[in-house]
Design a protein around this ligand. Structure first.
Ligand code: PMV
Length: 336
């Protein structure tokens, strides 16, 4: 048994109260993976996933999570399947999914079967929890038959996994940290910038799930890294630079901020105690290859999240060169 966390339940009941549910038997939904260009790393409220800083991401089009939910008549617990395998009830992942369903359960009581298929490896720093919790939010709302505005959907998805609030939208997305203690002003919004030649490359070096999740990692960094406060200051400046680069489609301007922001976040992790290092030797090799390519004149930049895998940012004209250097790269066109 786990302790019931009342804060998210209270927040969800405020968002959902007054709605008239009209449940259906099953509902299926999709949400895209989003890659943070300016990262969310650190919380001002752990129960509500309220961030210390704003963040900005790009959603990966058709690459994401597909989630189907159905009622389980006469069951005494939810059933969760990920990529066709049943998730054991004693895992942290199962607990998080059930807690998320609990946010809606007062609308229509009952247990669910949840089946999710992720296009990217789960828990390997490729943002599967963002697309997963955004798709779950949409699917459960659909199953209960409640129509929700995207802003409410984003607020609810945030309660499952902070970065999931950005996966409610496609394209470039900004998540404002908000200032309210109840988090009602902390949700994502789509940005109007459209950049059809932009490409995101996913370099999956390992599909293995990480040992230290982002929740634990953020907490350790905030509590022990002397660099943490300067990180929060840097994010404010990076957000401004990113928005300027987006406004004039300055690719090198964008890429430099994105890579510097990611490296700075990893520096806060490394300066935590015990130190936190998500990188593998192959991550270093890939980063060094990216830096060589830049020295040779190619505009390609890297970003990394809480895992060893690398995401590359480049434009369509650089795609043949990048594919040549990284033959296993999965190339995404976010604006296709
Ligand atoms: O939403 P979480 O708890 O999975 O945290 C995401 C953290 C990063 O991926 C490292 C950064 C981000 O903004 O997505």
């Amino acid at each position: 048994m786990w302790l019931l966390n009342l804060k998210p339940i209270e927040a969800a009941s405020r968002l959902l109260s007054g709605l008239s549910p009209d449940p259906v038997d099953c509902f299926e939904s999709f949400a895209p993976v989003n890659i943070a260009l300016c990262k969310y790393w650190g919380k001002r409220d752990r129960d509500l996933n309220l961030p210390v800083t704003d963040s900005l991401s790009i959603s990966l089009g058709e690459c994401g999570s597909r989630t189907r939910v159905c009622w389980l008549p006469d069951a005494s617990a939810d059933e969760v399947f990920i990529n066709g395998c049943q998730v054991e009830a004693d895992t942290d992942f199962y607990r998080r999914v059930v807690c998320h369903i609990d946010l809606f359960r007062f609308l229509v009581p009952g247990y669910l079967r949840v089946e999710t298929v992720n296009d990217v490896p789960t828990g390997a720093g490729l943002a599967s929890s963002a697309s997963g919790f955004a798709a779950l939010t949409r699917a459960v709302a659909g199953l209960m038959g409640v129509r929700l505005e995207p802003q409410v959907m984003s607020l609810l998805a945030r309660l499952g996994s902070g970065s999931a609030c950005r996966s409610i939208y496609s394209g470039f997305v900004r998540w404002r940290k908000g200032v309210r203690a109840d988090g009602m002003d902390s949700y994502a919004q789509p940005l109007s910038a459209h950049w059809p030649t932009l490409r995101v490359g996913l370099l999956t070096l390992t599909a293995e799930a990480k040992k230290t999740g982002s929740r634990q990692g953020m907490r350790r960094t905030q509590e022990t890294s002397v660099l943490y406060n300067s990180w929060a200051e840097q994010v404010g400046q990076d957000m401004e630079k990113l928005e300027r680069a987006l406004a004039v489609q300055d690719f090198d301007g964008l890429g430099q901020v994105v890579e510097h922001n990611a490296m700075s976040m990893h520096a806060t992790m490394l300066s935590s105690w015990p130190p936190l290092l998500y990188w593998l030797p192959d991550s270093v090799k890939a980063l060094q290859r990216v830096w060589e390519l830049r020295e040779e004149g190619a505009s390609v930049y890297a970003t990394m999240d809480a895992g060893p895998n690398i995401k590359l940012l480049f434009e369509s004209q650089t795609e043949p060169l990048v594919r040549d250097c990284f033959p296993d790269l999965q190339v995404i066109e976010p604006f296709a």
